[in-house]
Design a protein around this ligand. Structure first.
Ligand code: UGA
Length: 326
């Protein structure tokens, strides 16, 4: 049994692949190593995976379908896919919209078409986002709510992925599950996200830019909980049966809405250094509050996050200090 992990040099991808490899699974990883953020970090993540003899890596762009099918089309052994390759980032989608259509629309379709070629495929788990809840205000965000009001192109592409997956699951009986990730953080994380930027800025004595004057809440989810959730879902595909589309969507969050200002305080406390707070207006495309209802994923696969922000955020900060000590 071989598992394909796309976006394997990314934050979540590396952790998923590492857990699978350590458990003795065969993993094929793909990534285009694009320069959205420091490529050295992506290569360092890959170096960890290269330690495993059961790991194979292809440097591939998911929007290049000829190259992708040439490399993977005859891999009849691929039975599971964790599709995480995407252009991420909410606010970045306002300045680089075409990067989002290339990776998240064309790239996503390329993966769906690849799925049709893999005769032993059992399940595809793909990344959606809490941002699909957009202008919704009813808390907690539940998968039973309508999500037709995205506030950014990024969110719109993630919603489009859910619809595209549904159509392919219906047409070709490919079992698929979309996971709406809620602001995932932890060691080996993403430099464009608030936890990384704030830690870096505080350590350098630079001001931290706090959006919407700090009046924000996020359901922050620790990476180990996310990996556990992905793997619990992966081995529990939706059933293929008459009159039923084998596609579903879950939230994967921590089930707590934390205040952004408390988040800054935890980083300050861990570093033992005060932040220079620079309060800024709400940014276009941003969501004020997120909070995940995780009852369905708990009920169906037993997902239960175990890491509070107080415990997880210092783990990131301590990893960051170690990684950057040079
Ligand atoms: C993050 C990721 O960037 C998306 O890829 C992912 O899909 C999304 O989570 C999700 O959960 O769906 P976001 O929640 O906006 O998006 O995460 P951050 O960029 O880390 O921002 C967290 C909070 O800090 C937000 O309230 C944001 O406005 C705020 N922030 C961010 C600041 O106040 N200052 C900054 O410099 C950066």
């Amino acid at each position: 049994m071989t598992i394909l992990v796309t976006g394997v040099a990314g934050f979540i991808g590396m952790h998923v692949a590492e857990t699978l490899l350590a458990g003795g699974r065969k993993v094929i990883g793909i990534d285009n190593l694009n320069p959205y953020y420091d490529v050295k970090l992506k290569k360092d993540r890959l170096n960890r995976l290269d330690l495993y003899s059961n790991f194979t890596f292809y440097e591939l762009d998911i929007s290049d379908r000829a190259a992708l099918y040439k490399a993977l089309g005859d891999h009849s052994k691929i039975s599971l896919i964790v599709h995480l390759a995407a252009q991420a980032g909410v606010r970045h989608s306002l300045t680089r919209p075409f990067d989002y259509t290339a990776a998240n629309i064309t790239g996503f379709l390329t993966i769906l078409e690849l799925c049709r070629q893999l005769e032993n495929l059992k399940h595809v788990v793909y990344a959606s986002s809490s941002s699909v809840y957009g202008a919704n205000t009813k808390m907690p965000f539940s998968v039973s709510q309508t999500t037709d009001s995205p506030l950014s192109l990024y969110a719109a592409t993630k919603k489009a992925n859910e619809l595209m997956a549904h159509s392919y699951a219906h047409l070709y009986d490919i079992p698929m599950t979309g996971l709406r990730f809620f602001t995932v953080y932890g060691p080996w994380g993403r430099p464009d996200m608030a936890y990384w930027r704030f830690t870096e800025q505080i350590m350098k004595g630079k001001p931290v830019h706090i959006y919407n004057h700090g009046d924000m809440k996020r359901d922050f989810t620790y990476i180990d909980d996310v990996v556990k959730g992905i793997l619990e879902v992966l081995v529990n595909p939706p059933e293929i049966k008459e009159g039923h589309v084998p596609h579903r969507v879950y939230n994967i969050g921590n089930n707590r809405a934390e205040r952004l200002l408390d988040f800054v305080e935890i980083i300050e406390k861990t570093l033992g250094v005060g932040a220079k707070r620079e309060f800024m207006p709400m940014q276009p495309g941003d969501i004020k509050e997120t909070y995940a209802d995780i009852d369905p994923i708990h009920r169906d696969v037993g997902y239960e996050p175990a890491t509070s922000l107080d415990e997880g955020l210092p783990k990131f900060v301590n990893w960051y200090k170690e990684y950057n000590k040079g």
